[in-house]
Write a protein that binds this ligand. Structure first.
Ligand SMILES: [Zn+2]
Length: 307
């Protein structure tokens, strides 16, 4: 199959209650925009399967997993995750997001790139969820890649505006997985964890400064060995985002994405793209930025060239 495999499911939107403050419509809107775009033929939407419980247990505490799956987390534990009020589909939604990410690993190995149109749930820790993240799909996918595909060295590039704290924490003892997080200093989470490489940016950092710092750090990453790349491509770095404090433009973000794709291409590493955050108000800017990202990925998949 040619083109870009994107894992998607209607529950990405419908599994969040319509009364939730989370902008649940974004998934459906991005899907619709991509269906209408001239690049539609380059994308294969694949229904995200339900993740296997044993995959979750590679990165998460058994009791926490059981409590979530039986809907017996405490009110406090649920509040820490957010997305409330929880509807009847939140468990299936979560398991499909996790399944989408795990399946994207397989797809990327076979075809150089693949994506999940959700996920990048980097705030989830080993025994609890936080910040809209129940389980950590980056960590679970890293362990699945090692277990099922004999991929040992994974490089996680997390460019969401928020630090990848859960990922850094879960993978801190794993010397073969390198975690890089470039985020805004004065942003959630208040308490940062230690990634293998953390770059904290000042509030209101603009395109030129951001891209210069990214370039410098990608140079540093040239010394890190990897067989596969995970890209957490949050677009909450946009100036219009309501939860981020950076000042990137749409064209700045496209250059950012291009740099990461080019980086993966240069070292011939398969790359999995995880969606990450995006909370512009209204949501249109977020939706457009993600549409652009997935089109860039689709063109990369088609020609294996960076556009
Ligand atoms: Zn974020």
């Amino acid at each position: 199959m040619t083109g870009l495999n994107i894992y998607y499911h209607p529950l990405y939107t419908d599994g969040i209650d319509s009364k939730s403050r989370f902008p649940r419509e974004r998934y459906k809107l991005i899907y619709e925009l991509l269906q209408e775009s001239d690049f539609k033929e380059l994308i294969n939407f694949i229904s995200s399967p339900i993740c296997k419980k044993q995959d979750l247990l590679l990165a998460h505490d058994k009791i926490f997993v059981e409590k979530f799956l039986t809907n017996t987390l405490s009110t406090q534990e649920k509040r820490k995750i957010g997305l409330q009020p929880w509807n009847d589909h939140i468990i299936e939604r979560t398991m499909r997001i996790m399944g989408g990410s795990v399946s994207a690993v397989d797809s990327a190995i076979k075809g150089s790139i693949s994506a999940n149109m959700a996920g990048g749930t980097h705030h989830a820790f080993h025994h609890y969820g936080a910040g809209y993240c129940v389980f950590n799909d980056l960590a679970v996918s890293a362990y699945v890649a090692k277990r099922d595909f004999n991929i040992q060295k994974i490089l996680i590039i997390d460019l969401d505006v928020h630090q990848g704290d859960g990922t850094a924490s879960i993978l801190k003892e794993d010397k073969n997985t390198f975690t890089f997080s470039m985020h805004c200093e004065k942003n959630y989470p208040l308490k940062k964890e230690k990634s293998d490489l953390d770059i904290s940016l000042l509030k209101n950092t603009n395109d030129s400064t951001y891209l210069e710092i990214l370039e410098k750090n990608l140079k540093k990453l040239e010394n890190v060995k990897s067989e596969m790349i995970f890209f957490q491509a949050g677009v909450d770095t946009l100036k219009s985002d309501s939860l981020g404090y950076l000042s990137l433009s749409h064209s700045g973000l496209k250059i950012r994405n291009k740099k990461i794709l080019r980086f993966a291409e240069k070292r011939e590493n398969p790359i999995v793209v995880f969606m990450g955050g995006g909370y512009s108000k209204p949501i249109d800017d977020t939706v457009l930025a993600f549409r652009d990202l997935f089109i860039q990925c689709a063109l990369y998949a088609q020609k294996n060239k960076v556009i």
